[in-house]
Design a protein around this ligand. Structure first.
Ligand SMILES: *[C@@H]1O[C@H](CO)[C@@H](O)[C@H](O)[C@H]1NC(C)=O
Ligand SMILES: *[C@@H]1O[C@H](CO)[C@@H](O)[C@H](O)[C@H]1NC(C)=O
Length: 319
């Protein structure tokens, strides 16, 4: 059945390509970049390759978000009978082996070029299907969420990113989202919301302290912080990838706790220059039925749906 991939896939246009999708086993290959970038690509792929008459495998070889060398996505997420941890032996047993391998770049190609879809359509389905925690992770999340339940309302979530995002901004000639951009985006979008609790999550401790100070001043909120990131200056992917499995394991649970806290706040502000707040946006909307317009992008590019809508209509001449 190698023919299924090798012979048909390579010579075809969209129609046959889709036929192949329907018949072959697939392997999603995590790579060494961030948690959100990898999880996000997986969310795109689940609606396409899950349940299409071939096993959907996850190859965790280069996934650094795991608790042991043999671990991976399923250290934290359930549903391993459907997104099957890849092993060579298991692949060899597939009628269509070798399976189609797909990484983040391949995912983008399938989504944007072959299927001409946007991320949204797929991620709504992918997150709903696949975002199921292992019980021990759910327990850690619930414990922290219980603390959030006690704070003054409304709750206003901020994701404050420093670390290697700053170098990435430089490299891509992209405008960095500063602390003031986050807080200003909130006060501009919701000028009447005051007080409550600002839930501050992120990596760079100095930026989080600055954001907390500014938010307290402008919004009048009390501050609820996450556990401090292990590295004061924030996340550097290269350094994270060199941590012990114990630290990678606890670091990943921390990421999930932080994401969940922000997914439960009444309002949420992040910079969509990072994939991370986009994941939070989907969790809010898909898992917790929050209104989509309670999450905004504070980047210079205004990439959330409602900022986009406002921009388009505000540019129309007034009648
Ligand atoms: C992971 O894949 C993305 C998309 O192709 C790429 O930009 C990134 O550099 C890769 N990361 C690593 C560590 O290989
Ligand atoms: C599922 O895949 C097997 C093996 O490739 C094939 O024989 C069978 O016809 C497929 N069934 C459907 C419904 O596509």
């Amino acid at each position: 059945m190698q023919a299924c991939f090798a012979a048909i896939c390579r010579i075809t246009g969209l129609l046959l390509h889709l036929l192949v999708v329907i018949q072959c086993c697939t392997i999603y290959e995590f790579n060494g970049s961030g948690f959100a970038a990898n999880a996000f690509a997986l969310a795109h792929l689940v609606p396409i390759f899950h349940n299409t008459n071939g096993t959907f495998f996850l190859d965790n070889t280069w996934n650094h978000y795991k608790c042991s060398d043999e671990g991976g996505w399923h250290d934290f997420f359930a549903w391993e009978d459907q997104l099957v941890p890849w092993e060579q032996d298991k692949e060899d047993e597939e009628p269509d082996a070798p399976c189609r391998r797909i990484d983040i770049e391949g995912a983008n190609k399938v989504v944007f070029e072959d299927l001409r879809l946007s991320w949204d359509e797929l991620d709504f389905i992918g997150i709903k299907k696949a975002w199921k925690y292992q019980p021990w992770v759910q327990k850690a999340i619930d414990k922290r969420l219980a603390k959030l339940a006690d704070v003054a309302q409304p709750t206003i979530g901020f994701h404050v990113r420093g670390g290697d995002k700053l170098a990435e901004d430089k490299m891509l000639a992209r405008q960095t989202t500063e602390v003031a951009d986050l807080v200003n985006k909130f006060t501009e979008t919701w000028p009447d919301v005051k007080g409550g609790t600002c839930v501050m999550m992120g990596d760079d401790r100095g930026r989080i302290a600055a954001a907390s100070k500014l938010a307290a001043k402008q919004i009048g909120c009390k501050i609820f912080k996450g556990s401090p990131y292990y590295r004061k200056e924030g996340h550097l992917q290269d350094l994270f990838n060199q941590l012990s499995f114990e630290d990678k394991c606890s670091g990943t649970v921390q990421v999930l706790i932080d994401m969940e806290l922000l997914a439960h706040t009444d309002y949420f502000v992040g910079s969509y220059n990072s994939r991370w707040p986009r994941v939070v946006q989907y969790l809010r909307y898909i898992l917790y039925s929050k209104d989509r317009d309670t999450a905004v992008d504070a980047s210079a590019y205004g990439l959330d749906m409602f900022t986009n809508i406002r921009r388009i209509f505000q540019q129309q001449p007034q009648q």
